[in-house]
Design a protein around this ligand. Structure first.
Ligand code: SAM
Length: 283
């Protein structure tokens, strides 16, 4: 049976865990706090964590909270072709296809892409055009030019060196048409870094069933622990990006105008947003 994202929004979400055949497990070695390496993401998005990712992000809740924010941003700029550079399990690729955007779905994790492909078929019968590509060598592996590139779901945070961040932004810039737009989101690490580890915050997903909380924070590492209802635990090691630092890098790579939104709002004042969204225009 196929389901559309609209069906999901009406509450028709079912687990498709039984479809999954991923067997590898996450590997952080003896000193997980020393794992600060861009290449390591391919060993984090594996096995049970890939299977559980959709429980964590909860498509229905996400559909409702995002609304048409990204669709509106793209339509306002006349976008027709989109590269979803961090496809993950395919939430945005499916959303874009449903809205009629010509979409290519790239990711560096083959396990995530396999799940995305299955999800595309299940949620609306879409055949995703998937490409296994690392952002640092995107132009080598993905062909064509795009009106827009999206890199969402706090993905850019997986890059651990400034060199990798600059290289990735340069690859994105080169794949965009002359008036293209790049949209990157990120967790609000400024507030986590500034309020300190002692006041650690637990983020609840999927209606409090799944929690994400900082396990370790320092200037060079944000290690988060994800706990699921069956008590299974998974981890992600990420680089805690400061908002203004990301804006500066985008500017330095050549983007001319960068608007940053907090939790989908243009102005964010008293209440600290959990997420920032940077919309960067090339022209
Ligand atoms: N965008 C999806 C979402 O919002 O649900 C997935 C987000 S997930 C946090 C991050 C994704 O980025 C993973 O699927 C991972 O494989 C991918 N990723 C991380 N670093 C990457 C890199 N250097 N090149 C390509 N993909 C990468």
């Amino acid at each position: 049976m196929t389901k559309s994202v609209d069906d999901l929004a009406r509450g028709d979400q079912e687990s498709n865990d039984q479809d999954s055949v991923h067997l590898e497990e996450q590997a952080f070695g003896d000193n997980p706090l020393e794992v600060r390496d861009t290449d390591h993401y391919t060993q984090e998005y594996v096995g049970g964590f890939v299977d559980k990712w959709d429980d964590l992000i909860d498509w229905k809740a996400r559909y409702e909270s995002e609304g048409t924010f990204f669709i509106d941003q793209l339509r306002a700029r006349g976008v027709k072709t989109v590269l979803d550079a961090a496809t993950g399990t395919g939430f945005h690729s499916v959303r874009l296809l449903e809205e009629g955007f010509e979409t290519v779905s790239a990711d560096g994790s083959p396990q995530m892409l396999a799940k995305a492909f299955t999800n595309g078929l299940e949620y609306g019968g879409h055949i995703l055009r998937v490409v296994n590509a690392d952002w640092r060598w995107l132009n080598r592996d993905v062909h064509g030019e795009y009106d827009a590139i999206i890199c969402l779901g706090n993905s850019f945070t997986h890059l651990f060196s400034e060199r990798d961040r600059r290289k990735t932004l340069a690859e994105f810039y080169a794949m965009l048409k002359h008036d293209g737009v790049l949209i990157i989101d990120q967790r609000n690490y400024d507030s986590i870094l500034d309020t300190g580890f002692s006041s650690k915050h637990t983020y609840y997903y999927a209606g409090e069933d799944v929690s994400a909380e900082p396990d370790h924070i320092d200037d060079g590492l944000a290690r988060f622990k994800y706990t699921f209802p069956d008590k299974s635990e998974f981890f992600l090691n990420m680089y805690p990006l400061r908002k203004d630092y990301v804006r500066r890098l985008m500017r330095e790579v050549g983007f001319q105008r960068i608007d940053t939104y907090g939790d989908f709002q243009e102005t964010y004042g008293d209440t600290e947003p959990d997420f920032f969204i940077h919309v960067a225009e090339k022209n």
